[in-house]
Design a protein around this ligand. Structure first.
Ligand code: GDP
Ligand code: MG
Length: 175
């Protein structure tokens, strides 16, 4: 749900994707500017809050970082219900994580919120030598399904701020 007071927007944002793709690392990079090589697995979900100022508006993100394991799958709707934006993450070095990401996209599209802003994020681009999913493949899937696509690295911080700015801009525009 995105609610607006004057030019201030509050938006629920959810991160989905296979375990180990870097969801928590992306959020910590964005919220705290930090990165940890051995990030502990998330249990259930974790909540973060961060404000981004654009020229036209201030966006306050209420971020739900979900766990990704199958055994937590049934909890996911609690986190994406009422969300204004969703970030679906895969790891460019894992074909399986790309397949899982597509499942999440299908699930989100099935729940039928036409206003949901969805980003497909190909993380770990610093692992270029281990790449299994080409940029083109991710981009093509995203375009075919009406998603915004970006390649990131939580490790090097590449495109992390750009990801959240783009979502914030789309939220501001859709108000
Ligand atoms: P989550 O389960 O999706 O929340 O993934 P985590 O954020 O816990 O990350 C899983 C592992 O991948 C951790 O060891 C992270 O340090 C590592 N990781 C996360 N993002 C990146 C990245 O951009 N590049 C590399 N090389 N490793 C990453
Ligand atoms: Mg996590």
């Amino acid at each position: 749900m995105a609610t607006r007071r004057s030019n201030s927007i509050q938006a629920k944002l959810v991160l989905l994707g296979d375990m180990g793709t870097g969801k928590t690392s992306i959020v910590l990079r964005f919220v705290k500017g930090q990165y940890f090589d051995c990030q502990e697995s998330t249990i259930g979900a974790a909540f973060f809050s961060q404000v981004l100022s654009l020229n036209e508006a201030t966006v306050k993100f209420d971020i739900w970082d979900t766990a990704g394991q199958e055994r937590y799958h049934s909890l996911a709707p609690m986190y994406y219900r009422g969300a204004a934006a969703a970030i679906v993450v895969y790891d460019i070095s894992s074909t399986d994580s790309f397949i899982k990401a597509q499942r999440w996209v299908r699930e989100l599209q099935r729940q039928g919120n036409p206003y949901l802003i969805m980003a497909l994020v190909a993380n770990k681009v610093d692992l270029e030598s281990k790449r299994k999913i080409e940029h083109e493949e991710g981009l093509q899937y995203a375009q075919d399904h009406g998603l915004f696509f970006i390649e990131t690295s939580a490790k090097t911080a590449e495109n992390i701020n750009e990801l959240f700015y783009e979502i914030a801009k789309r939220l501001a525009k859709s108000q």
